[in-house]
Write a protein that binds this ligand. Structure first.
Ligand code: FAD
Ligand code: MLT
Ligand code: ZN
Length: 474
């Protein structure tokens, strides 16, 4: 059977307007960071689970590899095809139905291609909160969020995507449909297949639908912005916030001076507060079950205590909802500002919160000694011990040349330190293409062998996103 026969079969399943080739496939073949471009045999856009199953079955029968894709906002190069022109890119973006909302069970069942923001809005309209929130929420899909086990800015209270998922519907590499759309909070009937597919980055099957947990909407959400002198102070403030606010603490984000300087430089209209005079800023979010007045009282008391303890140098509490959004917008603009500044080296790492100050001190010192003038874009989800420890080329140097010459050495240094601090080299973005060669040094042989055994049991022909997470030869 030739590739052309397969394309004809796929056209027969989804219709001619949903099989794209040539220029029409272009935007699906470019990764978000512009670090790589692939070439697909074709892009196929099924509109239902049945169509996904038939597409996967046809590809499996032809021995053709499939790369599932949602919003294509992934940051580890796992959502685009390789350069061979032989892989089928399977886009889920037409599967956008909210199949059901069960108010008493506090769940929603949705299709994989739903954009995260549209689901937050659907939950809101139904009187609930879907507490998954990330900078890419306007374009990433829930299927991609689950496939990468996305984190974001509310993990310290609600957990990551895995914690919000009660059930899945998945098309297996053979084209069978596993109907696991349970809304159950308790089910101990053997191995947890749901947890196997969550975080599998398209290497075990195609997620077509999910049942998600919903939460009561808080009466008020309020945000404070505080400036601090050191990471030790940031950690102490985090501890204080946990103690004072308890479960009302829903966000604690950290930003270093240079990350805010980049936002100020590229988006001056955002009016970044306090960045010039202070080494670190944090954004604290309180979600209050009572009222805005109560939330304000809590935040003001927290900051007053922090001032008394000498932890905070300056602080503001948002005066209204617009200011809340403006402050979050600054935080969420760091990634784009860094992209505007030029090529950079990204690390999405986690270490125990207690070890963050030491990790940053050691990594900054070692990199500054090895590569004088490098600039540190250090920000992220301090409440989860998850930093985006990113490196920008020295001012005035050619960023692409710098990255090509030094990326491997920089990342080796950073990841070795992460391991010394008992951390992870991928906290929330996944492994994809970019980090798979690092796994053997940072995961035990036992863990890797178990992962390989799972992969070959579920996908013996290695047609599901081959070469991502695990090397293809394994
Ligand atoms: P894609 O990029 O399309 O795919 C990602 C991976 O999942 C690929 O391996 C793909 O093959 C697989 N996949 C996609 N859909 C399916 C499916 N239906 N079935 C099986 N496999 C599938 N991530 C965080 O965790 N936290 C953040 O705070 C965060 N902030 C971000 C901010 C910006 C500005 C950007 C650009 C990205 C950010 N990300 C963040 C990364 C990214 O948004 C997440 O990884 C997101 O979950 C990817 O969703 P997607 O739909 O775009 O997936
Ligand atoms: C974030 O928290 O903003 C992200 O995960 C994106 C990034 O690392 O650039
Ligand atoms: Zn993040």
């Amino acid at each position: 059977m030739t590739p052309l026969n397969l394309i004809e079969t796929l056209i027969g399943i989804v219709g001619p307007s949903h099989v794209l080739t040539g220029d029409d496939a272009d935007s699906y073949e470019q990764d978000w960071r512009r670090r790589g471009r692939g070439k697909a045999l074709c892009v196929v856009r099924p509109g239902s689970t049945d169509q996904v199953a038939r597409v996967v079955k046809a590809c499996s029968e032809h021995g053709v590899a499939i790369v599932p894709q949602g919003g294509n906002t992934g940051l580890v190069g796992g959502s685009i095809p390789d350069g061979s022109g032989t892989q089928v890119l399977l886009s889920l973006r037409r599967m956008i139905a909210v199949r059901a909302i069960d108010p008493q069970n506090m769940t929603m069942t949705v299709e994989a291609g739903c954009v995260l923001q549209s689901l937050q809005e659907a939950a809101d309209q139904a009187g609930f909160l879907l507490p998954l929130s990330l900078g890419a929420e306007g374009s990433c899909t829930i299927g991609g969020n689950l496939a990468t086990n996305a984190g974001g800015t509310q993990v310290l209270r609600y957990g990551n995507a895995r914690d919000l998922c009660l059930g899945l519907e998945v098309v297996t590499p053979q084209g069978d449909v596993w109907e696991g759309l349970s809304g159950l909070r308790k089910d101990n009937t053997g191995y947890d297949l749901r947890d196997l597919f969550v975080g599998s980055e398209g290497t075990l099957g195609v997620i077509t639908s999910a049942t998600l947990k919903l939460y009561p909407k808080p009466a008020a959400q309020l945000t404070a912005w505080a400036a601090l002198a050191s990471l030790e102070d940031a950690n102490r403030l985090l501890g204080l916030a946990h103690r004072r606010a308890g479960a009302s603490l829903t966000g604690f984000e950290l930003m270093n001076r240079f990350s805010l300087e980049l936002v100020d430089k590229h988006y001056p209209h955002l009016r970044v507060p306090m960045w010039r005079e202070h080494a670190w800023c944090v954004l604290i979010e309180i979600s209050d079950a009572e009222s805005e007045l109560h939330a304000r009282g809590l935040l003001e008391q927290l900051l007053e205590n922090a001032f008394e303890e000498g932890l905070v140098a300056d602080a503001i509490v948002a005066e209204n909802l617009k200011q809340v959004h403006d402050l979050w917008h600054i935080r969420e603009s760091i990634t784009l500002a860094q992209t505007e500044e030029g090529f950079n080296v990204k690390h999405d790492i986690s270490v125990p919160v207690s070890r963050i100050p030491e990790f940053v001190r050691q990594a900054d010192a070692a990199l500054s000694a090895a590569l004088p003038g490098v600039r540190f874009v250090t920000f992220g989800h301090l409440g989860d011990g998850n930093l985006h420890y990113n490196i920008q080329a020295p001012a005035g140097s050619d960023a692409p040349t710098f990255v090509t010459a030094h990326e491997a050495a920089i990342s080796t240094l950073v990841y070795d330190l992460v391991s010394q601090h008992a951390g992870s080299i991928s906290a929330e973005h996944g492994v994809g293409e970019l980090k798979r060669h690092k796994l053997p040094q940072h995961k035990s042989a036992v863990a890797l062998n178990l992962m390989r055994a799972i992969k070959s049991a579920i996908d013996p022909l290695n047609t599901m996103n081959p070469g991502r997470v695990l090397e293809s030869s394994t």
